[in-house]
Design a protein around this ligand. Structure first.
Ligand code: ATP
Ligand code: MG
Length: 425
């Protein structure tokens, strides 16, 4: 037996219905906030990620699926979406016009991590990116958008964690100070952090090691050393969150695992998923578009982890109402054509109908209808064919009524009392 690759899982029904629900809600909210969909390749040149995410990050050092193609060019399965969105923004000249460009995208990401609950090697994200705006109102809008998606999905017990990571004005001095501090207390840092602290000291904040985390409590936080502009920006974002009644916790040690963030950085965490507690994360990336060869446009984005969202949703009641299904049970080959005609007619009206073609016993077909959750079963055999009438059985009440099988209208009427067709007809 050939098995799926480790850390990559199949998404099966009924779980797929939950995902569909998540994506439908997300799309509706995106639309209200003026975000349009963008779909991007899963494969990019490796350089795109090393230059944007940063060479000393966990993602680039340990987690990327990188391989040479047949011509020896190094390609990477995308570990995140922002870099690709920025690449597409520059390449397609989407920077024309003064308005903020708002895009969302959904799809798989790939990271070579240790697979465990809530952590996979292929996982899915819902991403939102707003390019070309530096107003703090945009930061607040992004956070409100993220929270509205989660709220409309009725996800509870979430916490918004907020920090500011400064800018090219205030961060360099802080990094120098940090490097000097780490150089003195270097022996206690883990191997990774020792190596990184000289070249990219902020990454130490990302380390999961207890010793490193404890050491960090002794170092000053970047958020206390922001320049005036960064301070004003942060204050305004938080003021807006207050105005909209959004609770948040400031965490001066939140840096996020990617190098490109500036100023606003945030995460939404849950108490419901154990160790894998981050449901979504995002932040501003004011230097990234220029860094990747584009115009000097500021931007901000976030990513929601879909697996973790689906796991939270599955702890609640199923939000997806089951669509009533008509099942047609056929007795004998002669009735099959008419049953097939009826199933097609009902489907074409936007209702859910199905049948079985294998000429099984009535009992077997009734079991099948039950397992499929059919609300009504129409039983058609030679006798019904001759009478042009057949019994329609309501599977919940057990009641039966005779309906005309000349066409689908009487059957539809019986179904129609329960729901509209999927196309709203
Ligand atoms: P974590 O701290 O859990 O590793 P992260 O900071 O690496 O998360 P981001 O790069 O910010 O994650 O990605 C945004 C979201 O994508 C996360 O909040 C999480 O919900 C989800 N996510 C990240 N990595 C994985 C993974 N390997 N499997 C499943 N979901 C993931
Ligand atoms: Mg990670």
């Amino acid at each position: 037996m050939i098995k799926a690759v480790r850390g990559m899982k199949d998404l099966l029904p009924p779980e797929t219905a939950r995902w569909h629900h998540i994506e439908t809600i997300a799309r509706a909210v995106f639309r209200c906030y003026g975000f349009q969909e963008i779909r991007l390749p899963l494969l990019e040149r490796t350089e795109l990620f090393t230059r944007s995410i940063g060479v000393n990050t966990d993602i680039v050092e340990k987690e990327m699926y990188t391989f040479p193609d047949r011509h020896g060019e190094s390609l990477t399965l995308r570990p995140e979406a922002t870099a690709s969105v920025v690449r597409a923004f520059i390449e397609n000249r989407l920077d024309q016009g003064a308005e903020v460009k708002k895009y969302f995208t959904m799809g798989p990401m790939f990271r070579y991590e240790r697979p465990q609950k809530g952590r996979y090697r292929q996982f899915h994200q819902i991403n939102a990116e707003a390019l070309g705006g530096d107003a703090p109102e945009l930061d607040a809008e992004m956070i409100l958008l993220l929270l509205e998606i989660l709220e409309r999905l009725q996800i509870k017990n979430l916490e918004l964690v907020f920090n500011s990571l400064g800018c090219s004005q205030c961060r360099p001095a802080y990094l120098l100070e940090l490097t000097a501090l780490f150089a003195r207390g270097l022996r206690d840092l883990c191997d990774d952090c020792q190596r990184r602290s000289a070249v990219n000291p902020l990454r130490v904040f990302d380390c999961k090691s207890k010793t490193c985390q404890e050491l960090l409590h002794q170092v000053p936080a970047l958020s206390d050393q922001l320049c005036d502009d960064c301070q004003r920006h942060e204050q305004r974002v938080l003021e807006l969150l207050d105005r909209f009644g959004v609770p948040y916790r400031k965490n001066p040690r939140l840096v996020r695992g990617l190098d490109y963030y500036t100023r606003t950085a945030f995460e939404v965490i849950t108490t419901e998923l154990g160790a894998q507690d981050a449901v979504a994360g995002g932040g501003r990336y004011n230097g990234l578009i220029r860094e990747l060869g584009g115009p000097d446009h500021p931007a901000i984005g976030f990513a929601i982890g879909e697996e973790r969202l689906a796991a939270l949703l599955s702890q609640q009641q199923d939000p997806i109402p089951a669509r009533p299904l008509l099942f047609i049970a056929v007795l004998g080959r002669t009735a099959l054509d008419l049953a097939f005609d009826l199933v097609q007619a009902v489907r074409r009206q936007g209702y859910v109908a199905d049948m079985d073609f294998a000429d099984r016993s009535l009992k077997a077909q009734m079991t099948m209808a039950n397992r499929r959750g059919a609300s009504q079963v129409l039983i058609v055999g030679d006798k019904e064919l001759a009478a042009r009438q057949a019994p329609l059985k309501n599977m919940q009440s057990g009641q039966q009524q005779m309906v005309s099988i000349e066409g689908p209208s009487e059957i539809l009427a019986a179904l129609g009392s329960e729901t509209e067709g999927v196309y709203g007809v």
